[in-house]
Design a protein around this ligand. Structure first.
Ligand SMILES: Nc1nc2c(ncn2[C@@H]2O[C@H](COP(=O)(O)OP(=O)(O)OP(=O)(O)O)[C@@H](O)[C@H]2O)c(=O)[nH]1
Ligand SMILES: [Mg+2]
Length: 430
C-alpha cells in the first residue's frame, strides 16, 4: 500500500463557517511543528495558529490538531486543520500542503487506510457510507449500528462457528473414533443446521433493512377521479401532481420522497385504473401495475364503500364530504376538500410500516453487497447438509466456503475488487 501523505477537505465544499482539512501519513510531527510553529507539540491538543506560507505571509488563522498513530481514524498520524471556510483559504492551504510534500487524497482513501490498518472492517465502512447518506432518523440508527461494529460481532461469530465446524469435520477424517469427542458428527450437523436457520432468519428481515436504506414504497391506486393525486399532494405537502375533474388526468407515475416517522418513504401517485382506448393512458395503467408489484404498502382509494375490501393494504374512502354514512371501522374516511381524516391515515400508515418492518429492528444492516454474500453462505451451508452422505470431505469444503463468504462481508477475505467497489462509494475526504 502507498503510504505517502494525503490530504482532503473533510467538510462540505464551498463557503462555510469553518472548513476542516484532514491530512494523513506516516510521520507528520515535523509538518505539524511547521504548521503551529512550536517545537514540542502535544497530541490531541487544539492549537490556535497563524498559518503562514513559506514566504512568511499569513494564509489564515486556524486551529490545528495532531492525532499520533495509531490513535486516529486511519491508524496513521493525522493532522486536522480547521480554517475559515472560504474557497480561497482552502485553495491556499492546499497549495501549502502540496509544497510540503502532500498530495490530494482519492475518493475513500482515508477509509481505505483505516481498513488496511485494521481500524475498520468492511461492514464498518458500509455503515460509514450509509451514515453519510442517511436522510432519515431510522437510516441514521441503522447505519450507526453497522458503523459501531455491532454487525461485525454477529458476522465474526458466524464465521468462527463455520471454521470450527469445518475443522471438526476435518478431524473426523483424520482421527479414529475413540480419539474424538462423543457424538461429534451429530453435534456438527446440528450446529450447521442451527447456523443455517439463524442466517436465513436474518436474511428474511433484510427487507426491513433494505427498505430503511432505499425507502419504503407506498403507492396510491384506484379508479380515475377518486382523488388519488389530491391525497398525494396532501401527503407530500405541495401541489406536485396535477389535479382536475377530468377522469384520467394522471398518466405517468409521479413519485416523491417524504419522511414519515423517521422512515424514508417513496410515495407514488399513479394513473387511475379503467378500461381505456387511449394509447398513452393504457401505458400509464400498465405502469400502475408495475408500481403495485414493487410496493411495500398500497393505499386503495375509493369514493364509496367497495363490495370487497383488499386485505393487503389500507383502504381509503375519499370525498367523504359527499357521503352521508361513514360508519365502517375497516376503512379510513378522508376529505381533501375539508382536510379531514389525514391524521388517522398517517397514523395507520405508520402502524403498517412498523408491522411490516418488525419495528425496523432487523438484526443486521443488510445492503446489496452483504445480501449477495449472505445468500452465498446460506446456499453453501444448505449444500453441505443436502449432500451429506456420511462423508465429511465435501461437507467440510462447503462449510469452509460458507465461512469465506462471511469473511468477504467483513473484508477479512478480500479481493481488491470488493474493497475498491466499497471505497469508491465514499466521498472525498472520507
Ligand atoms: N368534494 C371533494 N372533491 C375532491 C376531493 N378530493 C379530490 N376531489 C376532486 O376530485 C377531482 C379528481 O381529483 P384527482 O386528485 O385529480 O383524482 P385522481 O384520482 O388523481 O384522478 P386521475 O388522475 O384521473 O386518476 C378533482 O376535481 C378534485 O378537486 C374531496 O375530498 N372532496
Ligand atoms: Mg391523478
Amino acid at each position: 500500500m502507498n503510504n505517502d501523505t494525503i490530504f482532503a477537505l473533510s467538510s462540505a465544499p464551498g463557503k462555510s463557517g469553518v472548513a476542516v482539512i484532514r491530512i494523513s501519513g506516516n510521520d507528520l510531527s515535523k509538518l505539524f511543528k511547521h504548521i503551529i510553529n512550536k517545537k514540542k507539540p502535544e497530541s490531541r491538543h487544539a492549537y490556535f495558529t497563524n498559518l503562514k506560507d513559506d514566504n512568511g505571509d499569513l494564509i489564515d488563522q486556524c486551529i490545528a490538531i495532531y492525532f499520533n498513530a495509531p490513535y486516529s481514524f486511519t491508524g496513521e498520524d493525522i493532522i486536522e486543520i480547521h480554517s475559515h471556510g472560504s474557497p480561497a483559504v482552502i485553495n491556499k492551504i492546499f497549495e501549502f500542503l502540496r509544497i510540503n510534500g502532500c498530495r490530494i487524497a482519492n475518493r475513500g482513501e482515508f477509509s481505505r487506510r483505516a481498513f488496511y490498518n485494521n481500524k475498520m472492517d468492511l461492514t464498518d465502512v458500509d455503515g460509514l457510507i450509509a451514515l453519510l447518506d442517511a436522510k432519515t432518523d431510522k437510516q441514521r440508527q441503522n447505519a450507526l449500528r453497522s458503523l459501531t461494529g455491532r454487525d461485525s460481532i454477529v458476522y465474526n461469530n458466524w464465521r468462527e462457528s463455520m471454521i470450527e465446524i469445518s475443522a471438526y469435520s476435518a478431524a473426523i477424517l483424520d482421527y479414529a473414533d475413540d480419539e474424538l469427542p462423543k457424538n461429534i458428527d451429530k453435534k456438527i450437523l446440528n450446529k450447521t443446521k442451527k447456523l443455517l436457520e439463524e442466517i436465513k432468519s436474518s436474511l428474511s428481515q433484510s427487507r426491513a433493512s433494505r427498505a430503511i436504506q432505499n425507502g419504503f414504497n407506498i403507492v396510491l391506486v384506484g379508479k380515475t377521479n377518486v382523488g388519488k393525486s389530491s391525497i398525494f399532494n396532501k401527503l407530500v405537502g405541495s401541489n406536485r401532481a396535477i389535479v382536475s375533474d377530468i377522469a384520467g388526468t394522471t398518466r405517468d407515475v409521479v413519485s416523491q420522497q417524504i419522511d414519515i416517522d423517521g422512515y424514508l418513504v417513496n410515495l407514488s401517485d399513479t394513473a387511475g385504473i379503467r378500461q381505456s382506448r387511449n394509447k398513452i393512458e393504457k401505458i400509464g395503467i400498465e405502469r400502475t401495475h408495475n408500481e403495485i408489484e414493487n410496493a411495500d404498502l398500497i393505499l386503495y382509494v375509493y369514493n364509496e364503500m367497495p363490495r370487497e375490501l383488499k386485505t393487503d393494504g389500507i383502504t381509503i374512502i375519499n370525498k367523504s364530504d359527499l357521503l352521508k354514512s361513514k360508519t365502517s371501522k375497516r376503512v379510513i374516511y378522508t376529505s381533501v376538500k375539508n382536510n379531514t381524516g389525514f391524521d388517522k391515515l398517517l397514523k395507520t400508515i405508520k402502524e403498517k410500516m412498523h408491522e411490516l418492518m418488525g419495528n425496523g429492528e432487523s438484526k443486521l444492516a443488510i445492503n446489496e453487497r452483504t445480501y449477495e454474500l449472505l445468500n452465498e453462505s446460506v446456499s453453501e451451508l444448505q449444500n453441505a447438509l443436502d449432500k451429506y452422505d456420511g462423508n465429511y470431505d465435501i461437507f467440510a469444503e462447503h462449510v469452509r466456503r460458507a465461512g469465506d463468504a462471511i469473511g468477504k462481508i467483513l473484508g477479512v477475505i478480500t479481493t481488491n475488487e470488493i474493497a475498491d467497489m466499497t471505497f469508491q462509494r465514499l466521498c472525498l475526504g472520507k
